[in-house]
Design a protein around this ligand. Structure first.
Ligand code: NAP
Ligand code: MG
Length: 402
């Protein structure tokens, strides 16, 4: 077979620990034999971030802005223990946080469904993607422990000196009070990312707030989504045969539980925090959850939702066999390659991405899987394989399909 050629490079971001080991296996076994892989390589592994004072993360983000598509391996977010373990010069910020800040993006998390790994909710036949607005609200709040009797007010002093104020509450005794904010620009970016992502996967978009109670704050969210939809996406949605649906958050939750899936669900910051964890555990396994950061101007960064699987890495270092699930990391690659294929008009690359995903699912559905899935599968007599064993089984399946 002739290798598939690429036109524009992918921004490849290597990472840490067990996922760094999987990364190389995936390239060696599933990509390089079939694709004339073009990447611009950034090593986001902790030693290289330390050597470059984290410049490499910023450079990678700039490269994604330039080329439009990146694929990232899981990375360590340093804590005090890691600073000691890696003798770091400083406690660097989360690389994902840095990328998100530069790309101004929204993160979409989607579970990978395979027969035999059943969601807890029987009627979820298709994946549900959660998009979380990762800015403001309670995550950037100011709060006061009220000691006793007194008046709490919300005060805004404009730069021209004019003052708007509103009473919150007359306290008769001790209590608590909180102030929070968001920005038009951030809400609008979030809306754009959600509409353009739903369009790219051709799925309905749902959004929900509590605007009946929060008549100003949440209403701004509702109205901004409506405005972006009417002005920029209504016709594109109609052409793609998908719809935008707004409802109240409690109604959305009730409907999600009854739905068949196949939806992109845009959530405010707190709702997204809560519901993304609920959905990922209900769909089966964190190791089967993909994640893509989409910027409002249409740049895409694909990765697995899980971390570097540290416990397995230490086993690997001791020379013991591991059975780490590489599915979400493989899907990060297929997502990125498919997007590159679509943008560069390379149908063979899109087809390869589709086939590789099919090979992964066929392997699992025929009973060959890593330990994490073997423990939860409804299939009879699953065969548990090692990290490399699984990837080799996928390769065998892929070669048959090609
Ligand atoms: P983790 O790497 O997601 O692993 C937590 C546990 O979940 C593992 O010990 C393992 O359970 C199971 N697991 C996760 N992924 C798996 C896979 N692919 N195959 C099989 N089992 C899997 O989370 P963590 O241990 O809390 O974090 C480790 C490091 O990852 C931290 O330094 C953190 O900063 C980083 N992290 C990075 C990202 C990212 O780059 N996006 C996200 C989260 C965390 P068992 O041990 O029971 O087998
Ligand atoms: Mg959370």
């Amino acid at each position: 077979m002739q290798k598939i050629t690429m036109k524009v490079p992918l921004v490849e971001m290597d990472g840490d620990e067990m996922t760094r080991i999987l990364w190389q296996m995936i390239k060696d076994e599933l990509l390089l034999p079939f694709i004339d892989l073009k990447t611009e390589y950034y090593d986001l592994g902790l030693p290289c971030r330390d050597e470059t004072d984290d410049r490499v993360t910023v450079d990678a983000a700039e490269a994604i802005k330039k080329y439009g598509v990146g694929v990232k391996c899981a990375t360590i977010t340093p804590n005090p223990a890691r600073v000691e373990e890696y003798h770091l010069k400083q406690m660097y910020k989360s690389p994902n946080g840095t990328l998100r800040a530069i790309l101004d993006g929204t993160v979409f998390r989607t579970p990978i469904l395979a027969k035999g790994i059943e969601p807890c909710v029987r009627n979820w036949e298709k994946p549900i993607t959660v998009a979380r607005h990762a800015y403001g609200d309670v995550y950037k709040n100011a709060e006061i422990r009220v000691p006793g009797k007194g008046e709490a007010k919300l005060v805004f002093t404009s730069s021209d000196g004019s003052v708007t104020e509103q009473k919150i509450f007359d306290f008769e005794g001790a209590g608590v009070v909180q102030g929070m904010y968001n920005l038009d620009s951030s809400i609008r970016s979030f809306a754009r990312s959600c509409f353009s992502y739903a369009l790219s996967v051709r799925e309905d978009l749902w959004f929900a707030t509590k605007d009946t109670i929060s008549k100003t704050y949440d209403r701004v969210f509702k109205e901004m989504f409506e405005q972006v939809y009417e002005e920029e996406y209504k016709e594109k949605f109609a052409a793609a045969g998908i719809t935008y649906f707004y409802t109240l958050i409690d109604d959305a939750v009730a409907r999600i539980m009854k739905s068949a899936g196949g939806i992109v669900w845009a959530c405010k910051n707190y709702d997204g925090d809560v519901f993304s964890d609920m959905l990922s555990s209900a769909f089966g396994s964190l190791a089967m959850m993909t994640s893509v950061l989409v910027s409002p101007d249409g740049c895409y960064e694909y990765e697995a939702a899980h971390g570097t699987v540290q416990r397995h890495y230490y086993k690997h270092l001791k020379g013991e066999e591991t059975s780490t699930n590489s599915v979400a990391t493989i899907y990060a690659w297929t997502g990125a390659l498919r997007k590159r294929g679509e943008l560069d008009n390379l149908p063979e690359l899109v087809r390869f991405a589709d086939l590789l995903e099919k090979a992964v699912l066929t392997t699992i559905e025929s009973g060959t899987m890593t330990g994490d899935l073997a423990r939860i599968t409804s299939l009879p007599d699953p065969v548990t394989v090692s990290s490399l064993g699984f990837i080799k089984a996928v390769r065998e399946q892929l070669e048959k399909m090609l």
